[in-house]
Write a new protein. Sequence first.
Length: 541
Amino acid sequence: MDLEAVTKHSAFHAKPSGLTLQYGTAGFRTTAAHLDHIMFRMGLLAVLRSKHTRSTIGVMVTASHNPEEDNGVKLIDPLGEMLAPSWEEHATCLANAEEQDILRVLTDISEKESVDLQQDAFIVLGRDTRPSSEKLSQSVIDGVTVLGGQFHDYSLLTTPQLHYMVYCRNTGGQYGKATIEGYCQKLSKAFMELIKQASCSGDENRSVKVDCANGIGALKLKEMQRYFSQGLSLQLFNDGTRGKLNHLCGADFVKTHQKLPQGMEIKSNERCCSFDGDADRIVYFYCDAGGHLHLIDGDKIATLVSSFLKELLLEVGESLNIGVVQTAYANGSSTRYLEEVMKVPVYCTKTGVKHLHHKAQEFDIGVYFEANGHGTALFSKAVEVKIKQLAELEDEKGKAAKMLANIINLFNQAAGDAISDMLVIEAILVLKGLTVQQWDALYTDLPNRQLKVKVADRRVISTTDAERQAVTPPGLQEAINDLVKKYKLARAFVRPSGTEDVVRVYAEADSQENADSLAYEVSLAVYQLAGGIGERPQSSF
Ligand code: G16
């Protein structure tokens, strides 16, 4: 390590005094103006991680669903997964070190993790379309190069595309080619093969309107559209040419506010979907003849995917171990439907795809989706091999196995991916001959409401039982329990966000009015017991 060079360059990326940040749900996130030092330091850390794992590591500059003024960064581990938890701690430590302590922290990490400093390091970078992203990714590159790391800058990419690139590079190309072309070809080939296999005509309307949140998803869909245009026609809205990123549009807005995105012309019963700012989440929706919005969120995506996979497995004659992973945000109706009607085991983890992904790896086939539309399906290596063998058969079994093999190729198994998930959903709808309305009718969501409460320090809230119970501050869980008792079919929980400086509140009940009241009352309890700041929670939405 050229310690002198690190010190010199670090001074160009000074940490604002008094600023403390934590590696949260999906890396560091805050206002872009406060992130220069974080980017430089994550460049340094990525080099150490790459030397330690002897693999390519990814660094993605994005704040995903957050407002345009924010930005963020996360590191991607060798198999396209989120950074290992022990290294998240190193990241937080390095991010918050005072200037004079940087070298000591770097040395500590290297010693603790037995990093061979002579080892080569290779980093790949991607960034979203935020105005601040290009400059911030230059700061990452400064950190990478000062520690002698080599790099490749993919520049504009969706987050899941960078996860895919990392996975491809570290598996010797077995998973796919680590280029945009490789990504487009792999997904579109699988999609077109699946469409060809459809025996019934299904929903003839193979066109979807896509709200791109004014983000990177629009650019990448435009780039990719020609590869599958014969199978699916897309109409893109909020493509970034006019509106602001994530503002009144995008998956997070539609899901949280339960409102149609602005900037989209929608006729009744048209199939629509929304991506988020970095295209790692997707939700579907349509408006009925009465103008009522029907939201089809991550829970219903998990249901559609797992029921399709279960059916295929039956046809293939394989009884594999399939599991669905959700979080506390999963609608109670979805969990009931999966367990009682579909007879699929369901598991609940903490929020954050890293937790869901990890749990899903325990199954032959693990389907994980957060209600917000972030998710994918994972297939064990043994399953992939077996299905590929069966796909060689020229009988009905072989036909089902071919379908399954294509579905395996169509999923981005490195990370939840709005583009890949959209193609999977579209293929399943065609293959099953389902309309979006029939899909929606699988079960009825319990009315629910999500709110945010500002508090002085959201860390005063700690939780247990996959975030379904608050441990601190004292009295909060008891207050929630008392409020929940007032309503039918009710449930509520609170948790500190890992991507925004707020406490999140979730409530569901037998009617929208009751879900709204419960969410409001729980918000007031948070405000009173956890040190609320600013305006008190409002009861109107
Ligand atoms: C990120 C994570 C998701 C998580 C979301 C909200 O999404 O990847 O797993 O559900 O943040 O997290 P929190 O409630 O802790 O703020 P994204 O799409 O913003 O990267």
